[in-house]
Design a protein around this ligand. Sequence first.
Ligand code: PMM
Length: 306
Amino acid sequence: MDSLAAAPGTGPATSPMPVLRKSRRPAQMSDLPTDRTLVMGILNVTPDSFSDGGRHFTADTAIAAGLRMFYAGADIIDVGGESTRPGAEDVTPEEEQRRVLPVIQALVKAGALVSIDTTHASTAAAALEAGATIINDVSGLSMEPGMPELVARSKAPYILTHRRGDARTMSTLTDYQDVVADVVAELSGVRDKLYAAGVAPEQIIVDPGLGFAKNEDQNWELLHGLGALQDMGHKVLVAASRKRFLGSLLTVSGKTATPEERDGATAAVTAISAFKGAWAVRVHDVGASLDAVKVAARIASPRPKD
Ligand code: PMM
C-alpha cells in the first residue's frame, strides 16, 4: 500500500493526502524536508500539562492522537511523560517510561520520526532504544550528569532548552540583566559541558525555553531577539504553542484566552519564527503551523524555482 487517506477532518485544509512511507524502515533525520521550518507535534502522555490537560493519558489515546498528528503532516512527534508545567510534581523515570515507551514504539512502527521530551538520561536512553531519534531535554541549567555522555555516545540530535531551576522553582528565577544575552550565555555554558563530553556541534539544537523562568515580557523579547540564538551556530527550535503569555496577550474583558483559543496566536508565532529561519516549531495544532511554515517559506523565497 503506497498511500493512506487521512481520517476525515484530521488533515490541514491545504495539504495533500498524507503518504505513508513506501519502505517500512524507520524514519530518519535525512527524510525531513529541508526547504521549510519543521513542525513538531506535541504529544503529552501526562495527566497534567501546560496546555492539553491530560487528554492523551492512556497509551491507546496517546497513540491515536500521535497518529492523527503524523497523518496531518507533523514532521516530528514529541512524546513526553512528565509535565513541565510550573509547579508540576516530579514523575519517577520508571513511571515516565511506562507512559511513553509503548507510544514511541507504535509511532515509530507507523513511520513517524519521534523525539523524547524528558529531563532523565535513563528515559532518553530507553526511548532511543524504543526507536526515538531526537532527545528533547528541558532541564536547561540543571542537566542530569549522565545526559552529556548519552548524547555523545548515541550521536542523537539533542534539543538544549534554556531553563533555570525546575518546575517548582522556575517562576521565581526571572531576574535577568538582558534576557536575550543572558539566555545565550547560559545556553553556551551548558553547551560547553556537552562539548566536553564529546557531543558534536551539529547534534545541538537550541531553544529559548519560552515560559521556563521567563516573565511575559521576557518571552516576547526572546522571540524578538531570535537572531541572537541563531548566531550561536545551531539549529533553533521555538516552542510557544498555547503558552500562557499568548493567553495574556489575547485577554478580552479581563478573560485570558483558553489554551485552545491560543492556536491562532501560536500559528502567528510559527509564521514569524519560520520567516526568521527557525529550524522547527513545537506545536499542538499541527495543521495550522504547517500552513504557516509553508507561507513563510514562500515569502522568503518569492520566485518559483525553475
Ligand atoms: N515546553 C514544554 C514542554 N516541552 N520542550 C522544548 N524543547 N521547549 C519547550 O519550551 C517545551 C518543551 C511545556 O509545554 P507543554 O505543556 O505545552 O508541552
